[in-house]
Design a binder for this molecule. Structure first.
Ligand code: SF4
Ligand code: FES
Length: 379
């Protein structure tokens, strides 16, 4: 591994995202896992994960997310949480809630888990079952959300918003309020992985987004009047913005993701890029973070083409998202087409126009599954 950049010039990672597995009992058509997730059957074992945790903490990472797939399918989750806690991480479990039960909540609490985020698909059983591909999941999630609060955890509820549930924003927030959430992330679907495949059937209209944002604002005011502390975060879809997000806070700047098979990635979608990524077996996490070609490829601004290269905003958004640039233009170094200065912005505008054309329910959604030859649901 060549030392492409001086270690002193790069801050250590703040976050480690431990994607413990791609296995998941649900089939959400907006899953951000790779389309070919089933290829990656190999998973790091408990000892290998503990080694990852120790290395990342020694480098200075303090925030740890256990995610997947569904991290609860790992029977060693409690062991990993306990080790993470012992090392001094602030531990977050990012889960669908399916696979949780009272005994497991207690075991995770004893292991020292700090924080739980549960995802909801919809405000009602019928839509939730259609989205998740499971008739039982919604009721299980509600029961587990109540159990998590009863166990004294701070709880974030996360809802991925898309064309089919965004008009229910009022009922969704009411449900989260009733469940006792401390924070709610109304996270508009971002079009990576399965969501990109299903984009035509998921993108909401601009009018839907504006209505949902207004509903959220009214809820903020009502909550404040009641003195109820429930933080509401509404994330507008990238496609409706004029500037891209500073994805991951910059490439190799804050986040280090370790995928289930041990690949080390600057973000969870980086497998979409035509690049080789190191494996935990290839060297220490420190070498990978500071010296690997993959992590240095999009650091700084020397790699930026025009218009980013001379743009006054390049240190704010870092030219946008590399994975989005790759998916939409075929060039991972291109200006993120979300940017109104991008010469390829028409790719976004065309997708928005197509979404309006398909809004009457003609776009079938493909559920996340090992072989995606089947469509199961027409919105
Ligand atoms: Fe950001 Fe590049 Fe757009 Fe400038 S041209 S605002 S750096 S994406
Ligand atoms: Fe990979 Fe944005 S999701 S860089």
């Amino acid at each position: 591994m060549s030392l492409a950049t001086s270690p002193q010039a790069i801050d250590p990672p703040l976050w480690l995202l431990a994607e413990l597995t791609y296995r998941c009992p649900l089939q959400c058509p907006y899953c951000s896992n790779p389309l070919d997730f089933a290829r990656y059957r190999e998973e790091l074992d408990t000892d290998a994960w503990i080694d990852v945790l120790r290395q990342a903490r020694a480098m200075g990472a303090v925030q740890l997310g256990f995610s997947g797939g569904e991290p609860l399918v790992r029977r060693d989750l409690e062991v990993l949480v306990a080790e993470a806690r012992r090392l001094g991480f602030y531990t977050n479990l990012i889960t669908s809630g399916v696979g949780l039960n009272g005994a497991r909540i207690e075991a995770l609490r004893e292991a020292g888990l700090d924080h739980i985020q549960i995802s909801l698909q919809a405000a009602d059983d019928e839509l939730a079952a259609a989205v998740a591909g499971s008739a039982k999941a919604h009721a299980a999630k509600l029961a587990m959300a109540r159990a998590v609060k009863a166990a004294g955890y701070p709880m974030v509820l996360n809802v991925v918003l898309h064309r089919h549930n965004i008009d229910d924003t009022d009922r969704l927030i009411a449900l989260c309020d009733e469940l006792g959430a401390d924070a709610v992330e109304l996270a508009s679907c971002q079009y990576y992985g399965w969501a990109k495949l299903n984009r035509a059937g998921l993108l909401p209209s601009r009018a839907q987004v504006e209505r949902a944002e207004a509903v959220t604002q009214r809820w903020r005011e009502r909550l404040a009047e009641r003195g109820r502390e429930m933080r509401l975060l509404f994330v507008v879809p990238d496609y409706f913005a004029q500037r891209p997000k500073a994805c991951m806070g910059g490439w190799g700047a804050i986040f280090m993701t370790v995928a289930p098979d041990g690949s080390v990635l600057p973000c969870h979608s980086a497998r979409e890029l035509p690049m080789a990524f190191p494996h935990v077996r290839d060297g220490s996490l420190e070498e990978i973070w500071y010296a690997s070609e993959a992590f240095n490829r999009f650091r700084g601004d020397a790699w930026m083409p025009e218009p980013c290269g001379s743009c006054s905003e390049r240190h704010q958004d870092h030219g946008g998202c590399r994975c989005q640039a790759m998916m939409l233009t075929g060039d991972p170094a291109a200006t993120d087409p979300v940017c109104s200065k991008s010469p390829r912005r028409e790719l976004i505008d065309r997708a928005l126009a197509e979404a309006v054309e398909t809004a009457n329910g003609s776009a079938a959604l493909v559920p996340r599954q090992a072989k995606h030859s089947r469509t199961f649901w027409r919105g």
